[in-house]
Write a new protein. Structure first.
Length: 145
């Protein structure tokens, strides 16, 4: 199993997911694995499917996928997001995360990226009304499934 984050850092990342998801109906997940089995994009899409990221009502799940040994990062957004935005929507998030990763501040990078995703998704998938923001997917970080 990949251990990029300490237990305390993992708690901070999960808290950032929970905080970001208060701004939007979008769902955010993180997956960490050590080595790629195929290409980074193929592995990220496979994990997106295995984590049931496509099973949100508005099809607005986002997966931040990291293959640590291969130093690969992929951000995958579901169909509902890509009907509203283009792939460049994720460039700012990717660049922000990688800026912190270069200094080996993995938790800081993930937290910053998650917060930015929450703000970006709020524009397209805002929370409407009280009780209108059910948590559809786990906020836990997944590892090498």
């Amino acid at each position: 199993m990949v251990k990029l984050l300490s237990p305390e850092q993992e708690k901070n990342v999960i808290a950032a997911i929970q905080e970001a998801e208060t701004l939007t109906t979008g769902e955010i997940r993180i997956h960490l694995q050590s080595k790629l089995k195929h290409t980074a994009w193929e592995d990220a899409l496979e994990m997106f499917d295995k984590l049931n990221m496509h099973q949100t009502v508005q099809r607005n799940g986002v997966l931040i996928f990291l293959a640590t040994a291969d130093q690969k990062l992929v951000i995958v957004g579901d169909k509902g997001i890509h009907e509203k935005v283009l792939n460049h929507f994720w460039v700012e998030v990717r660049d922000l995360i990688l800026t912190h990763f270069r200094d080996q501040q993995y938790d800081v990078g993930l937290v910053a990226g998650i917060r930015l995703i929450g703000k970006k998704l709020q524009k397209y998938f805002p929370v409407e009304g009280e009780g209108g923001n059910e948590n559809e997917l786990s906020d836990d970080i997944s590892y090498d499934l």
